[in-house]
Design a protein around this ligand. Structure first.
Ligand SMILES: NC(=O)c1ccc[n+]([C@@H]2O[C@H](COP(=O)([O-])OP(=O)(O)OC[C@H]3O[C@@H](n4cnc5c(N)ncnc54)[C@H](OP(=O)(O)O)[C@@H]3O)[C@@H](O)[C@H]2O)c1
Length: 300
């Protein structure tokens, strides 16, 4: 099969398109003919070698954590997928930017989503759904998201709004119109966050999600004032030091089905900023590394 691969860690230009061995569905998994995949921050970190000390990849490695496509093999024990189903979901740590990928968590694609939107939903929505599950019922609560303009934060905002929360979210100023269009009260990140949030929520903030590569976890905790109502998906050390929970995405189909159900109801539409073809894999990772929004890679 054709696949993007890297033979050594490094800058985006270590990525090449070449032939690679096809994976096959094992017990509890499905194989899809990939229509599109997305670039997540972890793909960039893995390719650059930043995670190699504790998460080494067998090289050459195929990048990518999530994908959408049509099921073409169903592994033993799978009862909720059939050949021909269009699904989005999660592969292993790094293996979806290829003609074929094996998913161990998946959901059918809501009718309203484009292929690119479904590709953008996998890891982001599973992470956001897991984080919100850890925070409990947000109905009637005021919820602060650091990184609401990102893929995880945007999914969390949609889920919290659907649950009946008031959502305040941070993002760069050029992303504020996008946040407003979601129904989020926008503010900027960085120094003075507590004052800006207080101005938007004089009654206080009940819960917070840290979903941006920032050092703001202590600020979020002091704004909320309760370790049990703050979660981070990023800061392991800060979480351990402050006593708040670190939540990681899980390859759990229920999380993806929850996101898809909200998609069907028009309450969650994954954001896509760039769509590039597989041949332009170097450009895809360069764009993602520059923090220029969600990048989706389409396959022929
Ligand atoms: N634990 C897990 O399982 C898991 C899973 C997925 C993701 N993650 C992590 O979660 C984070 C978000 O992922 P994502 O896919 O949503 O990434 P993303 O789409 O690139 O979003 C990044 C977000 O961070 C904001 N941001 C960038 N620099 C910032 C800064 N200096 N201070 C505050 N905010 C800043 C961005 O705002 P603007 O674009 O508006 O500037 C954007 O809202 C990443 O760090 C990723 O590694 C963890």
């Amino acid at each position: 099969m054709r696949a993007a691969r890297f033979h050594s860690y490094g800058a985006p230009d270590v990525l090449v398109i070449e032939d690679a061995p096809e994976p096959h569905a094992l017990a509890g998994s499905v194989r899809i003919r990939v229509h599109a995949t997305s670039v997540n921050p972890i793909d960039v970190l893995l390719r650059a070698g930043h995670l190699a000390p504790f998460l080494p990849l067998p090289l050459p490695a195929v990048p990518g954590r999530d994908a959408v496509g049509v099921v073409d093999e169903v592994g033993p024990g799978v009862t909720d997928a059939q050949v021909g189903d269009i699904v989005f979901g999660l592969g292993g740590v790094s293996d979806t930017t290829a003609e074929f990928a094996v998913l161990t968590a998946w959901s059918s694609v809501p009718h309203g989503w484009s292929t690119g939107q479904a590709a953008a939903a996998g890891l982001a929505s599973a992470t956001a759904a897991a984080a919100l599950r850890a925070l409990g019922d947000l109905k009637g609560k005021t919820f602060l998201i650091e990184g609401a303009s990102g893929a995880v934060g945007g999914a969390a905002a949609a889920f919290a709004l659907a649950a009946g929360a008031t959502v305040i979210g941070t993002g760069r100023e050029s992303n504020h119109p996008h946040l407003e269009s979601l129904g989020v009260l926008p503010t900027t990140y960085g120094p003075g966050l507590a004052e800006r949030v207080l101005a938007l929520a004089p009654g206080g903030v009940d819960a917070a999600l840290h979903s941006a590569p920032s050092a703001s976890l202590p600020d979020l905790l002091s704004i909320v004032g309760d370790t049990s109502r703050v979660v981070t998906v990023i800061d392991d050390q800060g979480a351990a030091r402050l006593g708040v929970r670190k939540v990681d995405a899980r390859n759990e189909s229920a999380l993806l089905r929850y996101a898809a159900a909200l998609g069907t109801d028009g309450l969650y539409t994954p954001r896509v900023d760039h769509e590039v073809s597989l041949a332009d894999i170097v450009e895809a990772h360069t764009l993602a590394e520059a923090g220029s929004g969600k990048v989706v890679i389409t396959l022929p």
